[in-house]
Design a protein around this ligand. Structure first.
Ligand SMILES: NC(=O)c1ccc[n+]([C@@H]2O[C@H](COP(=O)([O-])OP(=O)(O)OC[C@H]3O[C@@H](n4cnc5c(N)ncnc54)[C@H](OP(=O)(O)O)[C@@H]3O)[C@@H](O)[C@H]2O)c1
Length: 282
């Protein structure tokens, strides 16, 4: 099934409703995985300097028969380059690595509030957008206080905020805050990565059986019906296809609430990465 549904953003561009994640997808095998994802219908590809795979993603783009302008390529600014000048150079370097002359979307990966440089980083993204290096600018792992600060300083609201969200950590308060600001939420690790067991959770499995769908499809649908864009990773062509085959059924409100009730609060985070504490590696 083609990934044709879309989210309208506050900068008047749009994004496909499901993105393809690339953490730990690297090298020659990674090229094969990204190519099969594009073949399956994914058009939004999520990478990051921290994933050490922007070159691999670029190679897949060049080998793909899908024209560049039909793909939405998104990367992220690492914490070591939050200072304004470093951020501009990092964006340029990332473009050289991936072999593109612009990113469709680019995010600040983590706010790192203890370092106190994310405001400068946001100003750099705002300017890089004006220079034509990035089409849509957004953030990742930003809490309301970080969002309020960058909006106050620059007057520019991010189009997207990519945050941790899966059934054990639904992050609903932040999702609601994003909505109130007109920011589209992207969900990272929607299937709990390889770390938690949401895909074999009894409640999710029972709901999946009821709709004759797979657990992963239920979780993806739970995101879409909440207005959230899931970024899903799979190295398997079969799973890649299945994860797009979610437009022929609708979860009931009751089932959505049942999935919401699986939330474990802070204890549910896959790796305990609270955005005010987490210091990404350099
Ligand atoms: N902004 C941030 O700070 C941040 C942080 C983490 C992640 N992310 C982004 O979010 C993306 C997704 O998160 P993630 O990679 O952590 O993990 P995820 O998408 O939650 O889960 C991936 C795991 O689910 C399995 N899977 C996928 N589809 C399946 C299906 N239909 N049935 C059964 N198993 C299935 C995959 O195995 P197979 O390969 O065998 O299918 C893989 O083990 C990342 O790749 C990255 O792009 C961003």
């Amino acid at each position: 099934m083609k990934n044709t549904h879309s989210f309208q953003l506050n900068d008047r561009t749009s994004l496909p409703s499901i993105g393809f994640g690339t953490v730990n997808i690297n090298g020659a095998q990674g090229v094969t995985s990204v190519l099969s994802a594009i073949e399956a219908g994914y058009r939004l590809i999520d990478t990051s300097t921290n994933y050490n795979n922007e070159g691999m993603v670029g190679e897949a783009i060049r080998r793909s028969s899908v024209p560049r302008e039909e793909l939405m390529i998104s990367s992220k600014l690492p914490g070591h380059s939050h200072e304004y000048d470093k951020a501009i150079l990092m964006i340029q370097e990332s473009l050289y690595r991936i072999g593109l002359d612009y990113f469709d979307k680019y995010l600040i990966h983590w706010p790192l509030p203890k370092r106190g440089k994310y405001e400068e980083a946001w100003q750099a993204l705002v300017d890089a957008q004006k220079f034509g290096l990035i089409e849509t600018i957004g953030v990742s792992n930003f809490l309301p206080e970080h969002l309020e600060r960058i909006i106050e300083i620059t007057g520019v609201t991010p189009a997207t905020n990519q945050i941790e969200r899966h059934p054990y950590f639904n992050n609903n308060e932040l999702v609601e805050y994003n909505k109130s600001r007109g920011i589209i939420t992207e969900a990272w690790s929607p299937l709990g990565r390889e770390i938690n067991d949401v895909l074999t959770n009894d409640t999710i499995v029972a709901i999946a059986e009821k709709y004759n769908k797979e657990p992963a499809q239920i979780i993806i649908r739970w995101n879409l019906q909440n207005g959230i864009l899931p970024i899903v990773k799979s190295s398997s062509a079969k799973h890649q296809k299945a994860n797009l085959d979610v437009f022929d059924f609708e979860l009931s409100e009751e089932d959505i609430q049942t999935i919401d009730s699986l939330d474990k609060g802070e204890a549910g985070r896959v790796e305990g990465q609270h955005p005010n504490e987490y210091e990404e590696f350099d």
